[in-house]
Design a protein around this ligand. Structure first.
Ligand SMILES: [Zn+2]
Ligand SMILES: [Zn+2]
Length: 342
């Protein structure tokens, strides 16, 4: 079968690999119908996340079940499925509390030995461990493109918006796919207004089309705009979907007293926070990646009725064989979401 593999920074290749086989009764073998390229795949592409050369990458997928282990009950052969970018066992201390994203036995697709040696989904076939918990049947009528978002990007945006109380003012910093999904999720959750901040005109325009108030990071003053729009209170929730020290600093400044800053952008290094400001404002600062398997059913429900609609984010469809070209294009920031089709 064909698989997209990492070799060195800037070097991904489609290679031929043996077809995978089931080794555990809880696994399912799936044939990929659609697989996305994600912002986190770029960390691998740039070599910032080190994985073994030749490892199959990718972690977003809609697929058809072609074989199910004896213990798999929630999906069956022939089902069209979507699954989380990481697996969860369902039986550990954290899973019992519904904190599937921190499962002790979790494995992440396409991240090498670092995250559980689980081959990625940018391939013809993939093996899904703990399939009962990791996979969901895709509701009829939901396209592959839209369903794809339930397993990662929209579930992450949804996660960022779970702190919304109806009537809140929300700021989203960074309008990549996750930030734009957070805009939609915050509005669905009852935000009175969402103020969307970025530097890219087309992304600001997309946020505006979703119902947000666009604010240009450098051509306008986000602090002045947020004050003006919130009777000087600041935002009850600031979603930081960038993952940079500057964005973190701005998020703390834009938050209202007793507000929440949710760091959904990936932070991997020390960063300074004005803790005095966070303390005096009594802020809650939340961090970490999303509990995708905890949210996937809610997200699929909202996608099914179009209340959440990520279709404008899909800017490119390409063949799996064009993966090298697709990664280069994505790296040049010329695409929001590229869907690869085997
Ligand atoms: Zn991802
Ligand atoms: Zn677990």
């Amino acid at each position: 079968m064909r698989a997209v593999t990492f070799h060195a920074a800037g070097d991904v290749r489609v290679v031929d690999k043996p077809e995978p086989e089931l080794r555990d009764p809880g696994e399912a073998l799936i044939r990929i119908r659609a697989t996305g390229i994600c912002g986190s795949d770029l960390h691998i592409y740039h070599g910032r996340i080190e994985i073994e050369p030749g490892f199959t990458i990718g972690h977003e997928y809609v697929a058809e079940v072609v074989e199910a282990g004896a213990a798999v009950r929630s999906v069956a052969v022939g089902d069209r499925v979507v699954g989380g970018f990481q697996t969860a066992c369902g039986t550990c201390w954290l899973c019992h509390r519904g904190l599937f994203h921190k499962c002790d036995r979790s494995r992440t697709f396409g991240h090498g030995a670092l995250l559980g040696s689980l081959d990625g989904t940018q391939a013809d076939l993939a093996v899904v461990p703990d399939a009962n918990l990791t996979l969901r049947r895709v509701p009829d009528g939901l396209s592959d493109d839209v369903a794809l978002f339930a397993g990662d990007v929209m579930a992450t945006g949804y996660h960022a918006a779970t702190a919304v109380v109806p009537g809140d003012s929300v700021v989203v910093l960074g309008l990549g796919p996750v930030g734009l999904c957070a805009v939609q999720a915050a509005l669905v959750a009852g935000a009175a207004q969402v103020i969307a901040v970025d530097t890219v005109a087309s992304r600001l325009e997309t946020a505006r089309s979703f119902g947000a108030i666009p604010v240009h990071l450098t051509e306008q003053s986000p602090r002045d705009e947020v004050k003006r729009l919130t009777e000087r209170r600041g935002a009850q929730l600031v979603v930081e979907a960038v993952g940079s020290p500057q964005a973190l600093d701005l998020a703390v400044r834009l938050a209202a007293k007793c507000g929440t800053v949710n760091l959904i952008g990936v932070h991997a290094a020390p960063a300074e926070v004005h803790l005095g400001l966070a303390w005096i404002k009594s802020l809650t600062i939340a961090a970490g990646h999303a509990n995708v398997l905890g949210h996937i059913d809610a997200v699929l429900g909202l996608l099914s009725t179009g209340r959440l609609d990520p279709r404008p984010l899909v800017t490119h469809h390409m063949a799996l064989d064009q993966a090298a070209e697709a990664y280069a294009l994505y790296d040049r920031r010329e695409a929001l979401k590229i869907v690869l089709t085997p």
